[in-house]
Design a protein around this ligand. Structure first.
Ligand code: 6GU
Length: 234
C-alpha cells in the first residue's frame, strides 16, 4: 500500500530497445536499483523485435540509396511507440543518437521533472528518418564520440535522472552539491587517515571551523573550474 501522492508523482521511463537484457547490469545495482526498490521510479523495458510483423521478426533492412550498414525499419518501432502512446500521454519521446543535442546537468534536471518519458535506443546505422519526423520530441547525445548503440546512452541518462529524484540518495543535499549542479566542479575530498605516506589532509578540514571549510571548498571548486573547465564559468 503506497502513498497516493507518490503514485501520482512517480516518474515512469519506458525504454525501447533491441537488447532489453543490456539493462540488467546498470539497473541492478547502486542508485537505479535503490530508486526502483524504493518505488520512486518505474522503468519499463520493451523489446522492439517483439513488435515486428515480419515472419522472421526482422527489424532492419538495407538503406535506400545504398551505403554500408543496416537501418532499423519503421514498422516495429512505430508499432512499439503506438502501443505506448495509446496507453498514456508522454512528456518527451527521446531518441538517443550521436547527432542529437549534447546532454548536460541542466537537461537532466529538466527531464527528472517529467512524469512519463520514452527513450528510444537505435542500433546499426540508425533508424528510418520518418520515425524521427513523426514521433521524436528530443534527440540526445551523451558526448562527441560514437557508441555501438543507444543503450549505453539510455543507461547513462536514466542513471543521471534517477540519482536526483528526491529520496533516492539518502542525504538529499548530496546530489544538489555535485559537480555541475552548481555550475562548478567538485572540490577535493579526504577521509581517514589524516596522514598517509607523508601526505597530509589540508589542515582547514580538521579545524572544525565550518565557515572556513565551506570557504576553502568553494575556492578549490572555483580554482579547479577555472583551470579545467573555464567554459562553465561563462
Ligand atoms: Cl546517444 N548513441 C550512440 N550510438 N553513440 C553516442 C551517443 C548516442 N551519444 C554519444 N555517442
Amino acid at each position: 500500500m503506497g502513498c497516493l501522492m507518490c503514485t501520482l508523482l512517480k516518474m515512469r521511463i519506458d525504454i525501447l530497445t533491441l537488447f532489453p537484457t543490456f539493462f540488467d547490469g546498470p539497473f541492478g545495482c547502486s542508485i537505479p536499483k535503490r530508486a526502483l526498490n524504493k518505488n520512486l521510479v518505474e522503468i519499463h523495458l520493451h523489446d522492439i523485435r517483439k513488435f515486428s510483423k515480419d515472419k522472421h521478426n526482422k527489424v532492419d533492412d538495407y538503406p535506400f540509396g545504398g551505403g554500408s550498414g543496416m537501418v532499423m525499419t519503421v514498422q516495429p518501432i512505430a508499432s512499439a511507440l503506438d502501443f505506448l502512446l495509446e496507453q498514456r500521454s508522454y512528456d518527451e519521446v527521446i531518441f538517443l543518437t550521436p547527432d542529437g543535442e549534447t546532454l548536460n546537468q541542466q537537461k537532466v534536471n529538466a527531464f527528472s521533472l517529467q512524469k512519463n518519458i520514452i527513450l528510444l535506443c537505435g542500433h546499426y546505422k540508425g533508424i528510418d528518418q520518418r520515425i524521427r519526423d513523426k514521433y521524436i520530441t528530443r534527440e540526445i547525445s551523451i558526448g562527441d564520440y560514437v557508441l555501438s548503440g543507444g543503450e549505453f546512452a539510455a543507461a547513462v541518462l536514466t542513471d543521471a535522472i534517477c540519482r536526483i529524484i528526491p529520496g533516492v540518495i539518502s542525504d538529499e543535499t548530496s546530489a544538489l552539491n555535485d559537480s555541475f549542479q552548481d555550475g562548478l566542479l567538485d572540490h577535493p575530498t579526504y577521509s581517514r587517515p589524516a596522514s598517509w605516506e607523508g601526505r597530509e589532509v589540508p589542515p582547514v578540514l580538521l579545524s572544525g571551523n565550518q565557515a572556513k571549510i565551506d570557504e576553502w571548498r568553494f575556492e578549490q571548486s572555483l580554482e579547479k573550474t577555472k583551470e579545467r573547465r573555464p567554459d562553465l564559468l561563462k
